[in-house]
Write a protein that binds this ligand. Structure first.
Ligand SMILES: NC(=O)c1ccc[n+]([C@@H]2O[C@H](COP(=O)([O-])OP(=O)(O)OC[C@H]3O[C@@H](n4cnc5c(N)ncnc54)[C@H](OP(=O)(O)O)[C@@H]3O)[C@@H](O)[C@H]2O)c1
Length: 263
């Protein structure tokens, strides 16, 4: 029987940016004992993708990507709980259970600063913080201030203004939690705004199955919305890559499966 093949976008080594991506036809892998084979419907393009390519995460994450949603088409003999046809969603990224926040609003009140709240991570962080009944101060560019307010932020700062650069809460709050979604603001700016026992949330954590189920339920229930910056077919993946590298997405950049590429 002829080997089944599928289209893929890959790069062969570190560096090169969007121009280094290659469209290739590769053999469909067979799931090993504890693996499932997924038909990918859509994936988000994230800074993590090109940071891995740049080698910025080399000590931690040499090749662990992509993290993709799709449909199970085959399961390995040791896999329980999945069967062909199951719709699945995988890793969504950041530390959902940050600090001690309870998302039913019964937790202690706290002040949170969310930087780059217009980005793919920040937009979720704002909404989750509001579900946790936290007071949210958010930063973003002027063009997205209304959007970030509509996600629930109580105070929004334009990061290009002196007020935004200072990260000071307009109502004079010190932050108990900082969800820091941009690397272009240094620790020194944050430090003076932190409360005595303030926590900085690092955006690197694996989500559990329970975390993902919780998020999916929020989405289904209309409590968590996804802002989509742009959509690209897999054939244009390098454009999505370049767009992410520019660092000016509002919400998520999506790469979708072309209709003709069923495996
Ligand atoms: N995406 C993930 O799943 C994931 C997972 C783990 C960790 N992370 C990390 O989390 C960070 C954020 O990721 P992301 O996907 O949210 O990024 P992103 O979508 O690329 O963020 C872009 C947004 O950030 C805004 N922005 C840029 N600089 C800013 C600043 N100094 N202050 C306020 N807003 C600023 C931009 O606004 P303008 O266009 O107006 O400039 C734009 O709307 C990255 O460091 C990433 O590596 C991401």
């Amino acid at each position: 029987m002829a080997a089944r093949t599928m289209r893929a976008v890959q790069y062969a080594g570190y560096g090169g940016g969007a121009a280094a991506l290659q469209h290739v036809e590769i053999q469909v892998p067979s799931p090993k004992k504890d693996e499932v084979l997924l038909r990918v419907e859509a994936a988000s393009m994230n800074p993590a993708d090109w940071k891995v390519q740049k080698g910025m995460m080399r000590p931690f994450l040499p090749s662990k990507f992509p993290f993709v949603p799709g449909e199970v088409v085959e399961v390995g003999p040791g896999v329980d709980g999945f069967k062909p046809g199951d719709k699945v969603v995988t890793w969504l990224g950041f530390a959902l259970r940050y600090a001690t926040t309870k998302f039913d609003g019964t937790g202690d009140p706290a002040n949170v600063l969310i930087t780059a709240a217009s980005g793919g991570v920040g937009m979720f962080a704002v909404q989750l913080a509001k579900l946790g009944n936290l007071h949210v101060t958010a930063t973003c560019g002027a063009r997205n201030m209304e959007l970030v307010r509509s996600l629930g932020a109580d105070e929004v700062l334009d990061y290009k203004t002196p007020e935004g650069k200072s990260l000071k809460s307009p109502s004079g709050r010190k932050y108990d939690i900082v969800v820091h979604c941009t690397s272009s603001v240094g620790w020194s700016s944050l430090e003076s705004n932190l409360a005595a026992h303030g926590k900085l949330v690092l955006l690197f954590a694996m989500a559990t199955k329970e975390d993902l189920q919780f998020l999916v339920e929020l989405v289904k229930g209309g409590k968590l919305r996804t802002v989509i910056d742009s959509r690209y077919a897999l054939g244009k993946a390098e454009e999505a890559w370049a767009k992410s590298m520019e660092g000016h997405a509002t919400g998520k950049i999506i790469v979708e499966r072309d209709q003709v590429m069923d495996i």
